[in-house]
Write a protein that binds this ligand. Structure first.
Ligand code: FMN
Length: 362
C-alpha cells in the first residue's frame, strides 16, 4: 500500500504523527553552549507547525565538539536542563522531539556565519581542533590527532550526553556522522590516514561510529529510537561512497540503529555536488533497499507533491526539510491544504484553515 507523508510512523515506542520531519539546523544562538529564548521560539514554532518530528540542531557532547562558539552543547546538566522547556512544549503539541548529538572535529572552532564563519581566536572562545589525522579541511587549521584513549573516552561522552538528553525528555537520539564532522572524518579515507585500529580498512574507519552506536544503543531504553545521519558520498574521488554507506548502514542496523538519515557531502571543500530538487533522495532509496533499514531523505525537498512522491514511491520512510521550514515553520499545515488533505492543527490555529473553515467571528 502506498505511503503518504501524512501517515504516521511507529519506531519502537514512538509514534510520529506524520512523516514530514524538521531537519536539524544550527542556529548559532547559544551562549556558552546554553540554548535560550531564540531556541524556545524557533523550535516552538516548528513544534506547533504540524511536523511529525522536530530534530534539534547539532549539539556538542564536549565543548570542543561545537562547530562554532555559538553552538549548543549537552556536556553537563546545566546545558541539558536548558532544553527542558523546549522538550515539554513540543510534547504539549503532541510532537516527538529529537536531538542530534555531535562533534565537529576539524571543522570546529569557528565564529557564526554572520561573522563570516572565520576561525574564532582564543580570546573569542576558540580552541585547537581534534581529528582522526593531522589533515585540515580547506583553509581550516590542522587538527591534532586523537589518541586511541581519547577516542574511547569520546565514545563514552556520546553515551553520557545521550543519557542526559533522555533524562530531559528527548524522544529520539541522532548521531551526527555526516557533513564532514568528526565521525565522518573517521569514515572517509580522505580525512583518515591513521595506521592503527581506527583507520585503514572499512572496519577501521567505521570502528569509532560503530562502537559509539553500539555503546549508546545498549545504554538506551528499548523504547527509544536511535537514528544516524550520514553523508552517503563525499562527491570526491577516493572518498567515502554509497557502497561503503550501504555496508555501514547494514552494520548500524545490526547494532540496533533504527533509521539512517541520508545526506551527502561536507568532507572536502572541492566536492562537485549536482545540487537540484531532491538530489540526495536516490541515496536514501539505495540504502533503504540494499541495507533493509528505514531511511529519511533530505535536501531540496520543498514542494508538497515532490515530498508525497518520494514517500508514495517508497524511496524513503520520511522526508526531512530544513530551509523550507525556516521559510515557513507551518509548512506541513500548508502542504496538507495544498493537497486537499485535512490533518490535525493546533486548536489555536483552527480558524485559519482554508479547507472547510469554521464561521468567522461576527
Ligand atoms: C541554517 C542551517 C543549519 C544547518 N545545521 C545542520 C545541523 O545542525 N545538522 C545537520 O545535520 N545538518 C544541518 N544543516 C543541513 C540541513 O539539515 C539539511 O540537510 C540541508 O539544509 C538540506 O536540506 P534543505 O534543502 O531542506 O535545506 C543545516 C542547514 C541549514 C540551512
Amino acid at each position: 500500500m502506498s505511503v503518504s507523508m501524512f501517515d504516521s510512523l511507529q519506531i519502537r515506542g514512538v509514534t510520529f504523527p506524520n512523516r514530514i520531519w524538521v531537519s536539524p539546523m544550527c542556529q548559532y544562538s547559544a551562549i556558552e553552549g546554553v540554548v535560550g529564548d531564540w531556541h524556545r521560539v524557533h523550535l516552538g514554532a516548528l513544534s506547533s507547525g504540524g511536523a511529525g518530528l522536530v530534530m534539534v540542531e547539532a549539539t556538542a557532547v564536549v565543548p570542543k565538539g561545537r562547530i562554532s562558539v555559538a553552538c549548543p552543547g549537552i556536556w553537563d546538566e546545566e546545558r541539558a536542563n536548558a532544553f527542558r522547556p523546549i522538550v515539554s512544549f513540543s510534547h504539549s503539541m503532541g510532537v516527538p522531539i529529537g536531538i542530534q548529538l555531535a562533534h565537529a572535529g576539524r571543522k570546529g572552532s569557528t565564529m557564526s556565519p554572520w561573522d563570516d564563519h572565520v576561525m574564532a581566536t582564543k580570546e573569542e572562545g576558540g580552541w585547537q581542533t581534534d581529528g582522526p589525522s593531522e589533515l585540515s579541511y580547506g583553509k581550516f587549521p590542522t587538527p591534532r590527532e586523537l589518541t586511541v584513549t581519547e577516542i574511547s573516552s569520546l565514545t563514552q561522552e556520546f553515551v553520557t550526553a545521550g543519557m542526559r538528553a533522555l533524562a530531559v525528555g528527548f524522544d529520539v537520539l541522532e548521531l551526527h556522522a555526516a557533513h564532514g564532522y568528526l565521525f565522518h572524518q573517521f569514515l572517509s579515507p580522505l580525512s583518515n590516514h591513521r595506521s592503527d585500529s581506527y583507520g585503514g580498512s572499512f572496519e577501521g574507519r567505521a570502528r569509532f561510529l560503530l562502537e559509539t552506536a553500539t555503546a549508546l544503543r545498549s545504554a538506551m531504553p528499548d523504547s527509544v529510537p536511535l537514528f544516524v545521519r550520514i553523508s552517503a558520498t563525499d562527491w570526491a574521488q577516493g572518498g567515502w561512497d554509497i557502497e561503503e554507506s550501504v555496508r555501514l548502514s547494514q552494520e548500524l542496523k545490526m547494532v540496533g540503529v533504527d533509521l539512517i538519515d541520508v545526506s551527502t557531502g561536507g568532507l572536502v571543500d572541492y566536492a562537485k555536488i549536482p545540487v537540484g530538487p531532491g538530489y540526495q533522495v536516490q541515496f536514501a532509496e539505495t540504502i533503504k533497499n540494499e541495507a533493509g533499514i528505514l531511511t529519511s531523505a533530505v535536501g531540496l525537498i520543498t514542494e508538497p507533491l515532490q515530498a508525497e512522491e518520494i514517500l508514495a514511491s517508497g524511496k524513503a520512510d520520511a522526508v526531512m526539510l530544513a530551509r523550507a521550514m525556516l521559510r515557513n515553520p507551518h509548512w506541513p499545515m500548508w502542504a496538507a491544504e495544498e493537497l486537499g488533505v485535512r490533518i490535525p492543527w493546533q486548536q489555536q490555529f483552527e480558524r485559519a484553515r482554508r479547507l472547510a473553515p469554521r464561521p468567522s467571528p461576527q
